[in-house]
Design a protein around this ligand. Structure first.
Ligand SMILES: [Zn+2]
Length: 245
């Protein structure tokens, strides 16, 4: 894998993670930190469906409607600074979806001091729990970049870090519903975790529309394959579940 540049905070370009792409590359680059569970891999036949970068009033409701149509639940990793009055959070939680923390903002954690990061994560977690009335367990750092300090900060905030085992490269200008679907289906296995984005906040403008189209295609494919798809809370039958293939 060719390392790619990390996007600047607030950039409209969502660059690929430097350290934590998919599978072997991540395992090779972060050997002492890597574990199947960190990559969202369980021994169940379940596929975890996750969305990053929301909540976004212009796009997140479209994903909620589509998921309701398919009677499918997912995990939404949200940014604390975009919680607003909490109405979108309550919609997400009220429709049975799970909420995780993607950070207070989209700054890469490797440039944050551990104490500041832990404070931000506690702040984001408490605001989500207060606004949505749900418990929050998961943290996915922006760009999937992490260090031991990231893991330690998450632990201090009572959160477990989880990344992904498949993505759709849905943040680019050239992504289409079919390209995203092709990339995801080429990577995901039963027991894996899929990363998509329900907002174009750090992606190419309007890229979420392609992600929405891809979500429908993927749900059709997974339904035909009789794959169980849902949030991370259903991904591990036991707290320390083991490795998928
Ligand atoms: Zn993100």
């Amino acid at each position: 894998m060719t390392p790619q540049p990390i996007g600047e905070p607030g950039s409209t370009r969502h660059a690929a993670p430097l350290l934590a792409s998919v599978g072997i590359a991540r395992r090779h680059l972060t050997p002492r930190l890597w574990s199947p569970r960190l990559s969202g891999i369980s021994s169940s036949g379940h596929v975890a469906l996750t969305y990053d970068d929301g909540p976004d009033a212009s796009s997140t409701p479209c994903f909620l409607s589509l998921l309701a149509e398919y009677d499918t639940r997912a995990t939404f990793f949200v940014l604390g600074r975009h919680l607003g009055d909490g109405s979108l959070l309550r919609d997400i939680s009220g429709q049975g979806h799970e909420i995780g923390i993607h950070g207070w903002d989209h700054t890469a954690t490797v440039v944050r001091r551990r104490g500041r990061l832990a404070d931000d994560l506690r702040r984001a977690r408490s605001q989500v729990e207060e606004l949505a009335g749900c418990e929050v367990h998961w943290y996915r750092p922006p760009y999937g970049l992490l260090t031991r300090g990231t893991l330690s900060a998450a632990d201090a905030a009572g959160l477990e870090v989880v990344l992904w085992s498949a993505w759709g490269r849905d943040w680019t200008r050239r992504a289409t519903p079919h390209s995203i679907t092709r990339v995801v289906t080429g990577q995901v296995r039963p027991g894996g975790t899929v990363l998509l984005h329900d907002s174009d906040r750090t992606s190419a403008p309007d890229s979420w529309r392609s992600t929405l189209g891809a979500t429908r295609l993927l749900l059709d494919i997974w339904r035909a394959q009789r794959l169980r798809v849902g949030p991370l809370s259903e991904h591990w039958s036991q707290p320390c579940d083991g490795v998928a293939g």
